[in-house]
Design a binder for this molecule. Sequence first.
Ligand SMILES: Nc1ncnc2c1ncn2[C@@H]1O[C@H](COP(=O)(O)OP(=O)(O)OP(=O)(O)O)[C@@H](O)[C@H]1O
Length: 495
Amino acid sequence: MSAGDVVGIVANGALPYEFDAITREAVPVGDYVVVRTADGSEVLGMVEGTTINSEIMEVARNFSDASEAGELALRNPRDKSYSSHVRVLGLLDGLRSGEVRMPSLPPVPGSTMRRATPEELSAAFGGPDRRWFPIGSLLRSPSVRVHVDVNRVASRHLAILASTGAGKSNMLALIAKAIAGLRGTMVIFDYHGEYAGLDLGGRGRPVMPVVNPRHLDPDELADLLEIREGAGKQRHVLEEALSGARDARDFWGSLREGVEGQEDDREYREPARRVADIIESALRRFGSVLDPDSPPPLRLLAEGYVNVVNLSELSPRQADVVISRYMEEVLADRKRSRSGEPGVLRKPVVLALEEAHVFIPGGREDRTKTRETAARIAREGRKFGVSLVIVSQRPQRLDQDVLSQMGSLAVGRLLNQRDRSFVQDSSEFLTEEMTGYLPDLNPGEAILVGQWVKLPAMVKVDRVEEKLVGMDVDAVGEWSSWGGPSEDTDEFIRR
Ligand SMILES: Nc1ncnc2c1ncn2[C@@H]1O[C@H](COP(=O)(O)OP(=O)(O)OP(=O)(O)O)[C@@H](O)[C@H]1O
């Protein structure tokens, strides 16, 4: 069957925005088709679901019936009927010129449905100007390149959701490369240290996650030092000591003194000792993150670059403090810039957060600092040119309010049913049929919906060649590449 061929006939009950068709053979989900509406205009549609029915099999009620009926059905080609459910995407004429206009009339039942040609699809998915960048090719028409709108990513937020290993970081890397190419500003909160080796054409910048403890509130410092949330007395000791140390020349010396000074009070003796130990141990482990002489986060970010904040050495709670600090300051600075005051970041900023379900969780009890800030950015960031890209493999754990504010979605293979339902409930863009298809996607394939694409698209995403971290380890290959003679157990024990 070649492109443009008639593939089906419109069935009864067609609506302007969706219809069923009886098809010649099974039409794959994700295929694009063209039908004529009652006034003769051509509309483009996407196949969202396909069913194969066998009349003979209908009567089979037990195994022997079924196996006999199955044989008969296989021999009789007229036994099968094929049907597809099609979502109307827009008038073909409008799509050719980049405009999405819906028809006001449905297609006429009995009229023919043909496959869209690669030329029609290339016009619909093309990128007319530099706002658009190519992210991959249509899964069902590989010659058609699919472009996405960077302006929408930078103003209306994006969620990249898929199970582990389905290609989320690869997609974020592609977006980072596009933004770097446009000399845009992006901050990636890199929880696994995955983006260090990315080729950003000289516009990537590694950022150490340094935080100045003087600028933290007592709870934030307690979180960074990993004082338990329920340890009220220890937190109180720290709070008292911090108020005296904030402006001291020797911050840590003054903080220690402030803590030790509270050992005279019997009630706080033990908590103060514990806090003194915690401070020493924290400084040994991640003293480099807490620098009382470091500039505020904004000074560490470079405008016009992709700033990669490496959080791989931090615990989730520490990373939470760092991320929320950076996000808060970026938002506050952009508000200043927008109101005409001198800000550091004069142009829009895209903030990308990996493992978003850890930092923007939905549960009432999981109150992270990042969640508050991210919720604010999701709601009002658009006005100030701050957008979020959230990346997660456990969407059901995400804050639903934040997820529902995402103007665009890239959803890859999602195996967990609850994850799929959660995403569908949180987004106006994903239909039930599309959601049902998510478990069948392969790594690197995704459904793109929302404002960053002209039309919903099932895409084979381009692979970022240099992005090697994240690849599954070839353990067998690596083990078998040992050089030299192998040592037996006795030799090993003697050694
Ligand atoms: N578009 C693609 N084409 C081909 N291979 C891809 C594509 N995207 C990802 N892969 C491959 O799939 C594997 C996982 O990719 P990636 O690290 O991007 O997934 P992930 O969803 O971020 O995984 P994790 O949740 O474990 O971080 C890698 O080996 C990567 O090279």
